[in-house]
Design a protein around this ligand. Structure first.
Ligand code: FE2
Ligand code: FE2
Length: 359
């Protein structure tokens, strides 16, 4: 007991506010949207499903899940090597910002549509509740490594990206579903390899990801309630574009943190492929088109984007002349854009045609 108090006290003394990592194209963003459109959106096509989802959200299955149980007490993480430690802190930071970004958007949506759309306002309020728990839990985990994010400050200082409501629906749907698959695949892997579980937060992932799955299902119902988001050629193009953007971002970030995944005994490339394959399959329930990720060109093109991204990072730290660096960077970015475009042109899968067969 005394030891615990001493440890806690020492940790508090050592815990530093972490400067949030620099915003790049790959860091999770904060979003704002067209709240007037959100307030007047008609939900009649999916009202029964959304009412059922609201009941699920009110049940609050994870009310007692996000507590710091005994597995966190008295444990020490000092034995972790530098790479694992740094990679893990980056992973926690990125996840925390991403969860917090969801919290801010859902909270604002709930507030702005309260009078005009009480059903969605309550659903957004309850999703914000979940995301606040997730972000808080991750931030608390960071404090075990003597760093923490000042989320209040970040709210005020970070820039917000405007997305029309339609884009919000596509991208949040994808981020919830890819989040689900990322958490559950790591959880199942560590169940098979418990010796690789170097920190207790991974035990929480199974119920945690059910929150993300429910959020994804809510966005699925929202998307299907708006026929213009799935019944025309534009919707097909947007679906493919957002799927590919989310998958390329995933491939790039996972390969940037290859060492962290290796510390869990996970091969980054295999993990990336599995997450993409599963998220793409799941998206068939919501999107009018999904990508043919089994096409022989698909993964190699994404991997080439990631290799070039790593070359750009290496270039930054090299001692080449400034002009040479800039020219190399332009060529590498053009290469990434070329592979993105060619991957986009791979013949997609028409999910509306298969709708009766998708469960
Ligand atoms: Fe979350
Ligand atoms: Fe979520």
């Amino acid at each position: 007991m005394v030891t615990t108090l001493v440890n806690t006290h020492t940790n508090q003394l050592k815990t530093k506010k972490k400067e949030v990592s620099k915003e790049t194209l790959l860091t999770p963003r904060f979003y704002t949207t067209d709240f007037e459109t959100a307030a007047t959106i008609s939900l009649k096509d999916q009202e029964t499903q959304l009412q059922a989802m609201l009941t699920e959200m009110r049940n609050d299955y994870n009310r007692y899940h996000f507590v710091r149980d005994d597995s966190f007490k008295d444990a020490s993480w000092d034995h972790l090597d530098k790479d694992t430690r740094e990679g893990f802190i980056q992973y926690l930071e990125r996840s925390c910002i991403s969860e917090f970004s969801g919290f801010l958007l859902f909270k604002e949506l709930s507030r702005k549509i309260k009078k005009s759309n009480p059903l969605m306002a309550e659903i957004f309020h309850l999703m914000a509740r979940d995301e606040a728990r997730h972000a808080g839990y991750l931030n608390k985990a960071m404090s075990d490594f003597n760093v923490t994010l000042d989320l209040g400050k970040i709210t005020k200082t970070r820039s917000y990206t405007f997305f029309p409501l339609e884009w919000v629906i596509y991208t949040v749907y994808l981020s919830e579903k890819i989040g689900y698959w990322r958490y559950i695949i790591i959880f199942h892997h560590l169940q098979k390899h418990p010796e690789k579980k170097f920190y207790p937060i991974f035990d929480k992932f199974e119920s945690w990801c059910q929150d993300e799955n429910r959020h994804g299902d809510i966005f699925n119902a929202l998307l299907r309630s708006q026929p213009k988001l799935w019944n025309n050629w534009k919707a097909r193009l947007w679906s493919r574009f957002f799927l590919l953007s989310v998958f390329v971002t995933h491939t790039l970030t996972v390969h940037e943190r290859k060492k962290f995944y290796l510390s869990l005994g996970i091969n980054a490339t295999d993990f990336d492929k599995e997450v993409i394959r599963e998220t793409n399959n799941t998206s068939a329930r919501a999107f009018p088109s999904i990508l043919d990720v089994e096409h022989p060109e698909f993964y190699p093109r994404l991997k080439r984007c990631s290799d070039r991204n790593l070359e750009i990072k290496a270039l930054k730290n090299s001692n080449k002349l400034g002009i040479v660096k800039t020219l190399n960077k332009i060529l590498l970015i053009a290469g990434i854009a070329g592979d993105f475009f060619k991957a986009f042109l791979i013949k997609p899968i028409d999910t509306e045609a298969l709708r009766g067969d998708i469960h």
